[in-house]
Design a protein around this ligand. Structure first.
Ligand SMILES: [Zn+2]
Length: 700
C-alpha cells in the first residue's frame, strides 16, 4: 500500500541513530526465547539485588531510583520480544514458548514487586529528603533571624549561614539528583505500589500475598491462552446463512462438499448474530460461542475468584473485595455487557419477532432468546435509521480505510508515516511503519500493522506496546514501538476485504492507542504511553472515535470498491444519524442510558477523580467507561469540533499535552491544560440527552 504523502523507504535508511532504533527480533526459536527469558530475569534481578543490599544510610537518587529506572527501561524494552509472539507467531511451538516466557516473567514481576529490601531503601530515600528539606529551611530561617537581631549585620554569621545552606543544598542534590517532578512522581508511585502489595505488613503475610499473586497471574495467562487457541469451526449450508450479506458469505472458506466454515472469531460471530434470518443457526452459534473453552476456563475462573477474595482480605480491602472482583472479572471473562431491556422494549422486540416468524413461516413461541437479541436489535436499528449496511460496506475497502486513516492521523498530529520496505516482521502480511515528526523530520517511533486473522492468533483488536518511549541508561531517548493487532476479513482472490463501519471505528480506536504509545516522550519507562490512570487510559482513543462519525474524515476513508465513487450523501447522512442507535447497540438501550446519565449526574461529585465505586447496580467497569466518555466528549466538542476536527494546530497541541506526557502527569492536569479549564459534563449530556442537536449539527 502506498501512503498519500509517504514513500516507501528501506530499513537501512532509517537506522541513522543506531542506539535509538529498535532491535526487536521476531525470529527467535523456542530455545532462544527460553534462554533470553532467563538472562533477562538474571540481569534485572542483579540490579534489584544491588539496590536491596545498599547500606540504608547511603541511599541516594543515583544508587537507588536511577538504578531501578534503568532496570525498568531495560526490562520494558526486552520483555515483549519474548511475551508478544504468543499472540501473533504463526508457529505453535513459538507461541507455547512465549506463553511459558510470559508466565516466568509474570512470576518474576511478582517477585520484584515483593522486594521488601528495595521498598525499605525507597522509603529511606523519600523520608530523609523531606526531613532534610525541612531542616534546611528551618536552619536558614533561624540563622537569618539571628543575624537580624544584631544591629549591624554580622558578616561572619551571614557567611557561615550561606556556607551552611549551600552545603545542605549540595547534600540534598546529591541525595536526590535534580529531583524533577517526574522523578518525584516515580518514587511516589513505587512506594504506593509497595504498600498495595503489603510490603509494610508482616513477613508471613507478605509471603502469602506473594504466592497468591503468582497463582493469579499464571491462571490469567492460561485463561487467555485457552481463548486464543480456540479454533471451533461450525459448518453451515447456504440456506442456513440466509440474511447475511454477500460480502460476508463470500469471505468464508468452504469445505469440499460446499458448506461454509464459520469460526467463533468476532468478525464471524457478530454479523451472523445480527443478520442471519435462521433462528437455529443463531442458536447453534450462540451456544458454541458461550461454551468456548468452557470446561477448562470455568474451573480457572472459580479458582481466580477464590484467590482474589483471599488477596483482598489480606490487604485489608475486604470492603472493596467485590469491587475488585467485578473489575477483574469483567476484564477476564470478556463479559460483554448484557442488554438492559425494559418491558416496553421487550414487547416491541417480540412484536418484531412475531412479524418476522410469520413472514418466514417459522413457529412463534412468544419468547425472546439470547440469540434473538442482536438480531432484533439490529432490526430496530434498520427500521429507525434504515442504514443499508450491505451498501455501506462496499465503500470501505480495507486499503482505502487504512490509507485514509493513516493520512488523517498524520495531518492531525503533525507526523509522517513511511512504510519500511523488507522489514523484519513475524508474518508476511505484517507491515512496519516508521513515524517522523513532520516538522523536524526526526524519527520518533515505529509501529506494526497486523490486520488479518490467522490460526492461533489473538482473536480481538488491540494495541500492544513493544518498547517504551523513555530515556535509556545512557540518557539518550529510546524510540517507542507498538503493534496494532486486528482481525479484519482477509481479501480473497475474487473478493476485496470490506469493513463494516463499526470495524472502521475499532480500527480508529485501536490506532489511537498506537499513537498514544508512539508519541510518548517520558523520562521513565513506567510512565510511557498508555500507562496512565485506569480511568484515563481509554480517553484519547474514545475521543478519536468521533472522527468516524464526521463527514470529512469519513469521505477520506471511503471509496466504492468497484468504481471508486464516493459514498452518496443520503447514505452518509443516515450513517451519521444512526450513531445514537449504535451506542445503544453497543451497551445499553437508549432509555436506560438516559436514566444512567441522570444517576451519574447525581453522583458525579462523589466520583470526580476518585476510582469508581459501584453504585446503583452499575459495575465499576461501566462507570469507568462512562467517566472517560465525559472527558473525551469534552475534549472533542470544546476544542476539535470548535476549532476544526482536522485542525493541525489543535492536533499538535493534543499530541504535546496529552500523548507525549503518557502517565508522567495526572490525567486531570493534562485535561486542564488542554481545555484551559476544569473538565465539565456539558458536552457529554448534550451528546446523550440532546441528541437531536448533535444529529442536526452533523448533517450540515
Ligand atoms: Zn481501547
Amino acid at each position: 500500500m502506498t501512503l498519500q504523502n509517504g514513500s516507501v523507504i528501506s530499513t537501512q535508511s532509517c537506522s541513522g541513530t543506531a542506539d535509538k532504533n529498535s532491535n526487536l527480533r521476531w525470529d527467535l526459536s523456542p530455545e532462544e526465547i527460553r534462554h533470553q527469558t532467563q538472562r533477562l530475569i538474571l540481569r534485572i534481578k542483579q540490579a534489584y539485588d544491588t539496590v536491596g543490599s545498599l547500606d540504608i544510610g547511603k541511599v541516594c537518587f543515583e544508587n537507588t531510583l536511577q538504578v531501578i529506572a534503568n532496570a525498568k527501561a531495560d526490562y520494558a524494552a526486552s520483555r515483549h520480544v519474548l511475551d508478544f509472539p504468543q499472540y501473533v507467531s504463526p508457529c505453535k511451538e513459538v507461541r507455547v514458548a512465549s506463553t511459558e516466557a510470559d508466565k516466568c516473567l509474570s512470576d518474576f514481576d511478582v517477585e520484584v514487586s515483593m522486594r521488601a529490601d528495595v521498598f525499605q531503601r525507597l522509603i529511606a530515600l523519600q523520608v530523609p529528603l523531606t526531613i532534610i528539606l525541612l531542616l534546611c529551611d528551618q536552619s536558614i530561617h533561624r540563622k537569618a533571624c539571628d543575624a537580624s537581631t544584631v544591629s549591624a549585620p554580622c558578616s561572619a554569621g551571614l557567611a557561615r549561614c550561606q556556607r551552611r545552606s549551600s552545603k545542605l543544598q549540595a547534600f540534598t542534590e546529591k541525595q536526590s539528583g535534580d529531583l524533577l517532578p517526574e522523578s518525584e512522581r516515580f518514587l511516589g508511585r513505587l512506594i504506593k505500589l509497595g504498600k498495595r502489595n503489603g510490603l509494610h505488613l508482616s513477613k508471613d503475610i507478605q509471603e502469602e500475598i506473594k504466592s497468591i499473586s503468582k497463582q493469579i497471574s499464571e491462571l490469567s495467562i492460561d485463561f487467555n491462552q485457552n481463548l486464543n487457541e480456540e479454533n471451533t469451526v461450525l459448518l453451515f449450508s447456504e440456506q442456513e446463512l440466509v440474511g447475511l450479506a454477500e460480502s460476508y458469505v463470500n469471505g468464508l472458506e468452504k469445505t469440499e462438499d460446499g458448506r461454509y466454515k464459520v469460526t467463533l472469531a468476532y468478525p464471524h460471530y457478530f454479523p451472523l448474530m445480527k443478520r442471519c434470518h435462521v433462528p437455529e443457526t443463531r442458536r447453534k452459534m450462540e451456544m458454541a460461542f458461550h461454551s468456548r473453552c468452557k470446561d477448562v476456563n470455568t474451573a480457572i475462573l472459580e479458582q481466580l475468584i477464590e484467590l482474589r477474595a483471599r488477596l483482598a482480605k489480606l490487604l485489608g480491602f475486604s470492603s472493596h473485595a467485590n469491587y475488585m472482583l467485578e473489575m477483574t472479572m469483567a476484564k477476564n471473562s470478556e463479559n460483554v455487557a448484557r442488554f438492559l431491556v425494559g418491558e416496553q422494549e421487550r414487547q416491541y422486540l417480540l412484536s418484531l419477532k412475531e412479524d418476522d416468524c410469520e413472514r418466514r413461516d417459522l413457529d412463534f413461541d412468544g419468547q425472546l432468546y439470547a440469540w434473538d437479541m442482536p438480531y432484533y436489535m439490529n432490526q430496530v436499528e434498520q427500521v429507525k435509521f434504515a442504514v443499508d449496511k450491505d451498501k455501506l460496506i462496499e465503500y470501505f475497502p480495507l486499503e482505502v480505510v487504512t490509507e485514509g486513516l493513516l493520512s488523517i492521523y498524520q495531518d492531525l498530529l503533525g507526523l509522517t508515516f513511511q512504510q519500511v520496505e523488507d522489514a523484519h516482521v513475524w508474518h508476511d502480511s505484517v507491515k512496519l511503519y516508521s513515524v517522523q515528526d513532520s516538522v523536524t523530520g526526526e524519527e520518533i517511533g515505529q509501529f506494526y500493522l497486523d490486520l488479518h486473522p490467522r490460526e492461533g492468533k489473538y482473536g480481538h483488536a488491540a494495541c500492544f506496546g513493544l518498547q517504551p518511549g523513555c530515556l535509556g541508561h545512557d540518557g539518550n531517548r529510546r524510540m517507542p514501538v507498538a503493534a496494532m493487532v486486528a482481525n479484519f476479513t482477509k481479501p480473497t482472490s475474487s473478493w476485496p476485504s470490506l469493513l463494516q463501519h463499526h470495524e472502521v471505528e475499532t480500527f480508529f480506536h485501536e490506532f489511537g492507542h498506537v499513537m498514544h504509545e508512539l508519541c510518548s516522550r517520558t523520562r521513565y519507562a513506567e510512565f510511557s504511553g498508555t500507562q496512565v490512570e485506569t480511568d484515563f487510559v481509554e480517553v484519547p482513543s474514545q475521543m478519536l472515535e468521533n472522527w468516524v462519525w464526521e463527514k470529512e474524515p469519513l469521505r477520506r476513508m471511503s471509496r466504492h470498491y468497484k468504481d471508486g465513487s464516493p459514498i452518496p450523501d443520503c447514505l452518509l447522512d443516515k450513517l451519521i444519524a444512526s450513531r445514537v442507535a449504535n451506542t445503544a447497540d453497543q451497551t445499553l438501550h437508549t432509555k436506560d442510558r438516559a436514566d444512567t446519565a441522570a444517576e451519574f449526574a447525581k453522583h458525579s461529585k462523589d466520583i470526580l477523580g476518585i476510582p469508581a465505586t459501584p453504585a446503583g447496580g452499575y459495575d465499576g467497569q461501566y462507570y469507568s467507561y462512562l467517566w472517560s466518555e465525559v472527558y473525551s466528549m469534552d475534549i472533542f466538542f470544546s476544542r476539535f469540533k470548535k476549532e476544526g476536527i482536522l485542525n493541525p494546530k489543535v492536533g499538535r497541541e493534543y499530541r504535546r499535552v496529552v500523548l507525549e506526557a503518557g502517565g508522567s502527569v495526572d490525567g486531570m492536569e493534562m485535561l486542564k491544560t488542554f481545555l484551559g479549564r476544569e473538565p465539565c459534563q456539558d458536552a457529554f449530556f448534550q451528546c446523550k440527552g440532546l441528541t437531536q442537536t448533535i444529529t442536526e449539527q452533523n448533517s450540515h
